[in-house]
Design a protein around this ligand. Structure first.
Ligand code: F6P
Length: 405
């Protein structure tokens, strides 16, 4: 089959980032002037069964035949709508649902027989991320009748029920298995000639950041005395700076603020979150400041005087130098990358994302998005009275150091 039109059928257990990916694909394809539309089974269920309880896991049990029929019906409605869309002016139809059973996928293949299909499986088994995603899901109106703990337990059971009918992609003609946390293609199979295949793979592996506001925590007690590391609090000036940040960002809609686990970043985040409508602070330990090992809590002058060897060796090769019992910029890299992936996964497709980090951490985050030679990274300017605004999409790259007051 060689065709201009295409079905993208998502697949994967609940809370694996399918809907976020569907939106990302739709946005990227539309930017390339390719008419694209999402057909989401969950949304249909929520509209048609407004008055029925579908948040309890039992609704998803493989033996619940009545519910199974209902869900099949929604799938069928979307298949019909997707087919009609491509018959008309549409070029790509994205079907967003779990589609984990072979039986369901066979039904899809049988029905969508007029254009090629690419199945895209979203895979993510990172427990911490899954727990956070589930927590977020259970805050949706669908679960409003359940208390938080019950909602989470029911959602976990729902995932188990989907696992019971899960069959891996194999006989399907075209498929891509994607690590949806790392945006990495794990496996692919292409039997049909599909003109959009390369573009789609590019979208899958690209970190899209519409607006990243990268902020360094405001002034701390340690900054004043020039001490490194530790877990100090903000000074009065630092608190005023944080208030100013809050005021500045009140014009921007933030659902989350990602911080490190250190007090100073969380204290900076609080006044900003307070000026928002509904904004959650999420601490990501991967964003903790570089571990200064035996030098934690010391001033640079102390280090120079008491540990001249440490001081000189770090000066000679700052990127690679590992503090005794601590870290280097180089050894921080994997955790910073992991923190960025977590942040982008949890932030989903929101327009704005804010990270409040530290001097060394922010240098590493900046260098992730903007290529810098390793030797230069430890010298990137990270002031406390300004922030970096970063945009990186398929078609646009922007880096700007901006004032907030
Ligand atoms: O001085 C503030 C600080 O965040 C320290 O906690 C950290 O050790 C240091 O900056 C990292 O910057 P540099 O690599 O330039 O020493």
């Amino acid at each position: 089959m060689n065709d201009e039109k295409l079905y993208l059928v998502l697949m994967g257990l609940p809370a694996r980032g399918k809907s976020t990916l569907a939106i990302r694909l739709q946005e990227a394809l539309r930017k390339s002037r390719i008419s694209t539309k999402i057909f989401n089974n969950g949304n249909l269920r929520r509209i048609y069964l407004r008055l029925q309880e579908t948040s309890l896991a039992n609704y998803y049990h493989p033996d619940n035949t009545a519910a199974l029929e209902q869900r099949k019906k929604f799938s069928r409605i979307n298949l019909e709508r997707a087919k009609a869309y491509l018959r008309d002016k549409g070029r790509v139809a994205i079907l967003d649902a779990a589609n984990v059973s072979r039986e369901r996928r066979e039904m899809i293949e049988k029905f969508l027989d007029d254009h090629p299909i690419i199945f895209i499986e979203c895979i993510n088994e990172d427990e911490e991320i899954l727990n956070l995603s589930i927590l977020e899901k259970t805050r949706l109106p669908e679960f409003s009748r359940l208390d938080c703990q019950t909602a989470q337990a029911e959602f976990l059971k729902r995932i188990d029920y989907y696992r019971m009918i899960y069959a891996p992609l194999k006989s399907e003609r075209n498929y891509i298995r994607l690590d949806s946390l790392q945006n990495r293609i794990i496996e692919e199979k292409q039997s049909d000639s599909i003109s959009l295949y390369l573009l789609i793979k590019d979208v899958l592996v690209t970190d899209v950041v519409k607006n990243l506001f990268l902020i360094r925590h405001t002034e701390t007690e340690y900054n004043v005395s020039d001490r490194i590391g530790g877990n100090p609090s903000l000074t009065a000036k630092g608190r005023t700076q944080a208030e100013a940040l809050g005021k500045f960002f009140s014009k921007h809609n933030l659902s989350y603020i990602f911080t490190s686990g250190n007090h100073r970043t969380i204290q900076t985040a609080r006044p900003i979150a307070k000026m928002q409508n509904d904004c959650k602070i999420i601490s990501i330990k991967e964003f903790n400041e570089i571990n200064g090992g035996i030098c934690e809590g010391m001033t640079y002058r102390d280090i120079e005087e008491k540990m001249p060897d440490v001081f000189q060796r770090r000066k000679a090769d700052k990127y690679h130098y590992v503090y005794p019992r601590g870290e280097s910029y180089e050894t921080m890299k994997p955790r910073i990358e992991a923190g960025i992936k977590k942040t982008l996964f949890l932030n989903r497709h929101a327009d704005n994302v804010m990270i409040i980090g530290h001097q060394a951490v922010n240098r590493m985050i900046l260098s992730h998005f903007l290529y810098r030679r390793e030797d230069d990274v430890p010298y990137i300017y990270v002031p406390q009275d300004r922030f970096y605004h970063i945009v990186t999409t398929q078609n646009k790259k922007l880096f700007e150091l901006r004032r907030y007051s």
